[in-house]
Design a protein. Structure first.
Length: 197
């Protein structure tokens, strides 16, 4: 779903309408935003939502383990899990052609007649943004710069929040998750000269 498409405008109007009504409490609004973010991402290619789910589950688990684990060796292993999964996805989907070409050139430099078969794999939208965003979460917890998110919902929304999921910028957890943790009240807009409430 492109930001300049009619489908996105309709999608945004529906989401804003649901958000600013009193139908949902704060946790319900967050859940609605999370579902909307998955719909937004899956609108282009639904199976690629699985990558978001895997990154979210891996980094949520790693972050929680890093927060309580005292053994430095085990902490490094949890961080390594996060890095391997996320950078593995990034390398496979975004840099596979570059890596495959270099591998082919290196093998053929030794006289082998290796010819790589092309892989027709779709590049997931925004993979760099959400990969580095989820990794920054586990790295910051590893360095004791932040505490884990209060709920899985807050963390999942941090990873998938649709206004910045595919176009960035990469946002640190301390700058975005805290906004999801605090209940938001709609602000009334007053015209100049009118009292604000």
């Amino acid at each position: 779903m492109l930001f300049n498409s009619l489908s996105f405008i309709v999608f945004l109007v529906i989401i804003l309408g649901l958000y600013y009504t009193n139908i949902f409490k704060w946790s319900g609004k967050k859940l609605m935003l999370l579902v909307a973010s998955y719909i937004f991402y899956g609108f282009w290619n639904p199976p690629l939502v699985n990558l978001l789910w895997i990154s979210t589950l891996v980094d949520w688990t790693a972050g929680n383990k890093l927060a309580v684990e005292q053994n430095q060796r085990k902490r490094k292993l949890w961080l390594l899990l996060s890095l391997v999964v996320n950078l593995g996805f990034l390398a496979f989907f975004k840099y596979r052609d570059f890596l495959l070409d270099n591998f082919t050139n290196a093998v053929n430099a030794y006289g082998y007649g290796y010819e790589a078969q092309p892989m027709d794999i779709i590049l997931p939208m925004g993979i760099s943004f959400y990969t580095f965003q989820t990794m920054s979460y586990t790295i910051d917890i590893y360095k004791n710069k932040i505490k884990p998110a209060n709920t899985f919902l807050d963390f999942a929304l941090y990873v998938t929040f649709f206004p910045q999921l595919v176009a960035g910028p990469i946002v640190r957890a301390k700058d975005l998750i805290t906004h999801f943790m605090k209940k938001k009240e709609p602000h009334l807009i007053s015209l100049p000269g009118e009292p604000s409430y």
